[in-house]
Write a protein that binds this ligand. Structure first.
Ligand SMILES: NC(=O)c1ccc[n+]([C@@H]2O[C@H](COP(=O)([O-])OP(=O)(O)OC[C@H]3O[C@@H](n4cnc5c(N)ncnc54)[C@H](OP(=O)(O)O)[C@@H]3O)[C@@H](O)[C@H]2O)c1
Length: 253
Protein backbone atom coordinates (compact mmCIF):
# COMPACT_ATOMS: atom_id res chain seq x y z
CA UNK A 1 0.00 0.00 0.00
CA UNK A 2 1.54 3.31 -1.10
CA UNK A 3 2.11 5.88 1.63
CA UNK A 4 0.90 9.16 0.23
CA UNK A 5 1.00 12.89 0.97
CA UNK A 6 -1.69 15.01 -0.71
CA UNK A 7 -0.73 18.64 -1.21
CA UNK A 8 -3.20 21.07 -2.78
CA UNK A 9 -2.03 24.27 -4.44
CA UNK A 10 1.25 22.44 -5.08
CA UNK A 11 2.26 24.82 -7.88
CA UNK A 12 2.15 27.96 -5.72
CA UNK A 13 4.71 29.58 -3.42
CA UNK A 14 3.91 27.64 -0.24
CA UNK A 15 2.77 24.53 -2.11
CA UNK A 16 6.11 24.08 -3.88
CA UNK A 17 7.92 24.36 -0.53
CA UNK A 18 5.62 21.72 0.99
CA UNK A 19 6.49 19.46 -1.96
CA UNK A 20 10.21 20.10 -1.47
CA UNK A 21 10.17 19.36 2.27
CA UNK A 22 7.85 16.36 2.06
CA UNK A 23 9.92 14.83 -0.78
CA UNK A 24 12.68 14.32 1.81
CA UNK A 25 10.42 12.32 4.14
CA UNK A 26 11.31 8.64 4.05
CA UNK A 27 7.85 7.66 5.28
CA UNK A 28 6.20 8.98 2.06
CA UNK A 29 6.25 7.04 -1.24
CA UNK A 30 4.16 9.39 -3.38
CA UNK A 31 3.21 13.06 -3.32
CA UNK A 32 -0.14 13.72 -4.95
CA UNK A 33 0.42 17.28 -6.11
CA UNK A 34 -2.94 18.92 -6.73
CA UNK A 35 -3.37 21.98 -8.95
CA UNK A 36 -5.21 23.32 -11.96
CA UNK A 37 -2.21 23.93 -14.18
CA UNK A 38 -1.07 20.76 -16.01
CA UNK A 39 2.15 22.29 -17.38
CA UNK A 40 3.27 23.56 -13.97
CA UNK A 41 2.51 20.19 -12.34
CA UNK A 42 4.49 18.27 -14.99
CA UNK A 43 7.40 20.72 -14.56
CA UNK A 44 7.36 19.82 -10.85
CA UNK A 45 7.29 16.12 -11.67
CA UNK A 46 10.65 16.51 -13.45
CA UNK A 47 12.17 17.58 -10.11
CA UNK A 48 10.59 14.98 -7.82
CA UNK A 49 10.51 11.31 -8.76
CA UNK A 50 7.66 10.39 -6.42
CA UNK A 51 5.39 13.21 -7.53
CA UNK A 52 2.01 12.33 -9.03
CA UNK A 53 0.29 15.28 -10.75
CA UNK A 54 -3.43 15.50 -9.95
CA UNK A 55 -5.06 18.06 -12.20
CA UNK A 56 -8.06 19.29 -10.29
CA UNK A 57 -9.89 22.58 -9.81
CA UNK A 58 -11.14 22.75 -6.22
CA UNK A 59 -13.80 25.31 -7.18
CA UNK A 60 -15.28 22.78 -9.67
CA UNK A 61 -15.05 18.97 -9.36
CA UNK A 62 -11.57 18.85 -7.77
CA UNK A 63 -12.60 17.02 -4.61
CA UNK A 64 -14.55 14.42 -6.66
CA UNK A 65 -11.41 13.72 -8.73
CA UNK A 66 -9.41 13.13 -5.54
CA UNK A 67 -12.16 10.97 -4.01
CA UNK A 68 -12.19 8.72 -7.13
CA UNK A 69 -8.40 8.40 -7.09
CA UNK A 70 -8.46 7.45 -3.40
CA UNK A 71 -11.16 4.84 -4.03
CA UNK A 72 -9.22 3.31 -6.94
CA UNK A 73 -5.78 3.24 -5.33
CA UNK A 74 -6.65 2.84 -1.63
CA UNK A 75 -3.40 4.37 -0.37
CA UNK A 76 -2.42 5.11 3.19
CA UNK A 77 -2.67 8.90 3.46
CA UNK A 78 0.16 9.95 5.79
CA UNK A 79 -0.32 13.67 5.26
CA UNK A 80 -2.94 16.02 3.84
CA UNK A 81 -1.91 19.62 3.24
CA UNK A 82 -4.91 21.82 2.43
CA UNK A 83 -2.86 24.68 1.03
CA UNK A 84 -4.74 25.86 -2.10
CA UNK A 85 -6.31 29.21 -1.44
CA UNK A 86 -7.28 32.50 -3.02
CA UNK A 87 -7.28 36.05 -1.70
CA UNK A 88 -9.22 39.14 -2.75
CA UNK A 89 -8.38 42.60 -1.53
CA UNK A 90 -11.02 45.24 -2.20
CA UNK A 91 -14.68 46.08 -1.74
CA UNK A 92 -16.88 43.07 -0.94
CA UNK A 93 -19.74 44.62 -2.92
CA UNK A 94 -17.60 44.81 -6.05
CA UNK A 95 -16.49 41.19 -5.71
CA UNK A 96 -19.80 39.83 -7.03
CA UNK A 97 -21.66 36.70 -6.00
CA UNK A 98 -20.02 34.31 -8.53
CA UNK A 99 -16.56 35.15 -7.25
CA UNK A 100 -17.82 34.88 -3.66
CA UNK A 101 -19.14 31.38 -4.37
CA UNK A 102 -15.90 30.14 -6.00
CA UNK A 103 -13.88 31.70 -3.21
CA UNK A 104 -15.84 29.80 -0.54
CA UNK A 105 -15.52 26.56 -2.54
CA UNK A 106 -11.73 26.83 -2.56
CA UNK A 107 -10.99 28.33 0.86
CA UNK A 108 -13.71 26.58 2.90
CA UNK A 109 -15.72 23.78 1.22
CA UNK A 110 -12.68 22.21 -0.46
CA UNK A 111 -10.80 22.08 2.84
CA UNK A 112 -13.68 20.52 4.77
CA UNK A 113 -14.55 17.99 2.05
CA UNK A 114 -10.97 16.83 1.51
CA UNK A 115 -10.48 16.19 5.21
CA UNK A 116 -13.67 14.17 5.22
CA UNK A 117 -12.49 12.17 2.17
CA UNK A 118 -9.03 11.28 3.52
CA UNK A 119 -9.91 10.30 7.09
CA UNK A 120 -10.85 6.76 6.08
CA UNK A 121 -7.37 6.34 4.57
CA UNK A 122 -5.43 7.68 7.56
CA UNK A 123 -3.87 5.74 10.39
CA UNK A 124 -2.23 6.55 13.70
CA UNK A 125 0.57 9.09 13.16
CA UNK A 126 -0.97 10.71 10.05
CA UNK A 127 -1.23 14.49 9.89
CA UNK A 128 -3.50 17.18 8.48
CA UNK A 129 -2.16 20.68 7.83
CA UNK A 130 -4.63 23.39 6.86
CA UNK A 131 -3.10 26.64 5.67
CA UNK A 132 -4.93 29.51 7.32
CA UNK A 133 -3.59 33.02 7.92
CA UNK A 134 -2.92 35.68 10.55
CA UNK A 135 -5.94 37.37 8.91
CA UNK A 136 -8.02 34.93 10.93
CA UNK A 137 -7.09 36.70 14.19
CA UNK A 138 -9.50 39.60 13.54
CA UNK A 139 -12.07 40.72 10.92
CA UNK A 140 -10.32 42.57 8.06
CA UNK A 141 -12.42 45.09 6.10
CA UNK A 142 -11.52 44.95 2.36
CA UNK A 143 -10.14 41.47 2.97
CA UNK A 144 -13.44 40.47 4.56
CA UNK A 145 -14.16 37.11 2.94
CA UNK A 146 -10.54 36.05 3.14
CA UNK A 147 -10.28 36.63 6.88
CA UNK A 148 -13.70 35.02 7.44
CA UNK A 149 -12.67 31.97 5.40
CA UNK A 150 -9.54 31.55 7.51
CA UNK A 151 -11.60 31.72 10.75
CA UNK A 152 -13.54 28.77 9.29
CA UNK A 153 -10.25 26.93 8.69
CA UNK A 154 -8.98 27.64 12.22
CA UNK A 155 -12.13 26.56 14.02
CA UNK A 156 -12.53 23.43 11.92
CA UNK A 157 -8.87 22.50 12.46
CA UNK A 158 -8.84 23.11 16.20
CA UNK A 159 -12.08 21.22 16.82
CA UNK A 160 -10.88 18.29 14.68
CA UNK A 161 -7.55 18.32 16.50
CA UNK A 162 -9.48 17.30 19.60
CA UNK A 163 -11.89 14.92 17.84
CA UNK A 164 -9.01 13.06 16.20
CA UNK A 165 -6.79 12.87 19.27
CA UNK A 166 -7.94 9.31 20.12
CA UNK A 167 -6.84 8.25 16.60
CA UNK A 168 -3.48 10.04 17.09
CA UNK A 169 -3.98 12.15 13.96
CA UNK A 170 -2.63 15.69 14.41
CA UNK A 171 -4.47 18.61 12.82
CA UNK A 172 -2.74 21.99 12.54
CA UNK A 173 -3.98 25.35 11.27
CA UNK A 174 -1.03 27.35 9.92
CA UNK A 175 -1.39 31.12 10.47
CA UNK A 176 1.41 33.07 8.80
CA UNK A 177 1.43 36.82 8.36
CA UNK A 178 2.65 38.06 4.98
CA UNK A 179 4.54 35.41 3.01
CA UNK A 180 6.77 36.17 0.04
CA UNK A 181 4.75 34.47 -2.74
CA UNK A 182 2.97 35.53 -5.93
CA UNK A 183 -0.30 35.75 -4.00
CA UNK A 184 0.65 39.22 -2.77
CA UNK A 185 0.26 42.09 -5.25
CA UNK A 186 3.38 44.27 -5.20
CA UNK A 187 1.63 47.48 -6.15
CA UNK A 188 -1.88 48.92 -6.20
CA UNK A 189 -3.10 52.12 -7.87
CA UNK A 190 0.52 52.96 -8.70
CA UNK A 191 1.59 52.64 -5.06
CA UNK A 192 4.22 50.12 -3.97
CA UNK A 193 2.79 47.96 -1.16
CA UNK A 194 4.90 47.40 1.98
CA UNK A 195 4.33 44.10 3.77
CA UNK A 196 5.47 44.40 7.38
CA UNK A 197 7.18 41.31 8.75
CA UNK A 198 7.03 39.33 5.48
CA UNK A 199 8.69 35.91 5.79
CA UNK A 200 9.75 33.19 3.36
CA UNK A 201 7.62 30.24 2.30
CA UNK A 202 10.48 28.00 3.50
CA UNK A 203 10.16 29.30 7.07
CA UNK A 204 6.37 28.81 7.08
CA UNK A 205 6.54 25.24 5.78
CA UNK A 206 9.43 24.18 8.01
CA UNK A 207 7.56 25.47 11.09
CA UNK A 208 4.23 23.99 9.97
CA UNK A 209 5.61 20.48 9.50
CA UNK A 210 7.43 20.59 12.86
CA UNK A 211 4.35 21.93 14.67
CA UNK A 212 2.13 19.26 13.12
CA UNK A 213 4.55 16.51 14.14
CA UNK A 214 4.74 17.98 17.66
CA UNK A 215 0.97 18.02 18.05
CA UNK A 216 0.25 21.76 17.89
CA UNK A 217 -3.20 22.80 16.71
CA UNK A 218 -2.05 26.29 15.67
CA UNK A 219 1.23 27.15 13.95
CA UNK A 220 2.38 30.79 14.04
CA UNK A 221 5.58 31.02 11.98
CA UNK A 222 7.81 34.03 12.56
CA UNK A 223 7.68 36.85 15.10
CA UNK A 224 4.96 38.92 13.38
CA UNK A 225 2.37 36.16 13.43
CA UNK A 226 2.99 35.38 17.11
CA UNK A 227 2.96 39.05 18.06
CA UNK A 228 -0.17 39.72 16.00
CA UNK A 229 -2.05 36.81 17.54
CA UNK A 230 -1.36 38.15 21.01
CA UNK A 231 -2.04 41.77 20.00
CA UNK A 232 -5.43 40.83 18.50
CA UNK A 233 -6.37 38.98 21.68
CA UNK A 234 -5.62 41.83 24.07
CA UNK A 235 -6.67 44.82 21.90
CA UNK A 236 -10.34 45.78 21.29
CA UNK A 237 -11.36 44.37 17.90
CA UNK A 238 -12.71 47.74 16.71
CA UNK A 239 -9.30 49.31 17.28
CA UNK A 240 -7.48 46.52 15.42
CA UNK A 241 -9.90 46.86 12.50
CA UNK A 242 -9.50 50.66 12.45
CA UNK A 243 -5.70 50.31 12.31
CA UNK A 244 -5.98 47.75 9.51
CA UNK A 245 -8.35 50.01 7.52
CA UNK A 246 -5.94 52.92 7.88
CA UNK A 247 -3.03 50.78 6.73
CA UNK A 248 -4.75 49.13 3.76
CA UNK A 249 -6.99 52.08 2.82
CA UNK A 250 -4.12 54.13 1.38
CA UNK A 251 -3.51 51.50 -1.31
CA UNK A 252 -7.17 51.12 -2.29
CA UNK A 253 -7.81 54.77 -3.21
N1 LIG B 1 1.16 34.74 0.60
C1 LIG B 1 0.73 35.15 1.79
O1 LIG B 1 1.05 36.26 2.25
C2 LIG B 1 -0.13 34.24 2.63
C3 LIG B 1 -0.30 34.58 3.98
C4 LIG B 1 -1.08 33.77 4.79
C5 LIG B 1 -1.67 32.64 4.26
N2 LIG B 1 -1.51 32.32 2.95
C6 LIG B 1 -2.19 31.13 2.44
O2 LIG B 1 -1.23 30.25 1.89
C7 LIG B 1 -1.86 29.38 0.93
C8 LIG B 1 -0.98 29.30 -0.30
O3 LIG B 1 -0.86 30.59 -0.86
P1 LIG B 1 0.44 31.13 -1.63
O4 LIG B 1 0.85 32.37 -0.93
O5 LIG B 1 1.40 30.04 -1.84
O6 LIG B 1 -0.26 31.60 -2.99
P2 LIG B 1 -0.01 31.23 -4.50
O7 LIG B 1 1.45 31.24 -4.81
O8 LIG B 1 -0.92 32.14 -5.25
O9 LIG B 1 -0.55 29.73 -4.59
C9 LIG B 1 -1.90 29.42 -4.55
C10 LIG B 1 -2.07 27.99 -4.97
O10 LIG B 1 -3.47 27.66 -4.89
C11 LIG B 1 -3.84 27.03 -6.10
N3 LIG B 1 -5.23 27.27 -6.45
C12 LIG B 1 -5.85 28.46 -6.56
N4 LIG B 1 -7.13 28.27 -6.94
C13 LIG B 1 -7.29 26.90 -7.07
C14 LIG B 1 -8.37 26.08 -7.46
N5 LIG B 1 -9.55 26.58 -7.81
N6 LIG B 1 -8.18 24.74 -7.47
C15 LIG B 1 -6.98 24.21 -7.16
N7 LIG B 1 -5.92 24.94 -6.80
C16 LIG B 1 -6.08 26.27 -6.76
C17 LIG B 1 -2.93 27.65 -7.16
O11 LIG B 1 -2.83 26.74 -8.23
P3 LIG B 1 -2.87 27.16 -9.79
O12 LIG B 1 -1.48 26.91 -10.28
O13 LIG B 1 -3.84 26.23 -10.35
O14 LIG B 1 -3.29 28.61 -9.85
C18 LIG B 1 -1.61 27.75 -6.39
O15 LIG B 1 -0.92 26.54 -6.47
C19 LIG B 1 -3.25 29.97 0.70
O16 LIG B 1 -4.20 29.19 1.39
C20 LIG B 1 -3.17 31.36 1.31
O17 LIG B 1 -4.41 31.83 1.77
C21 LIG B 1 -0.74 33.10 2.13
Amino acid sequence: MARVAIITGATGGLGKEFVRFVSNERSIDEIWAVGRNKDKLYELKKEYAGLVPVIADISLDGTDIIRKKLKEEKPEVRLLVNNAGVAYMGSYEEMGSEKVKDFCEINCTGVAVLISEVLGYMHEGSGIINVSSASSFQPNPYLALYSASKVFVNNLSRALFRELKPRKINVTAVCPGWVDTKMLPRERNGKKIRYTGMISAEKVVNTALKDNRNGKDISTPGFFSKYFRLYSKVTPTRLVMWQWEKMIGKYLK
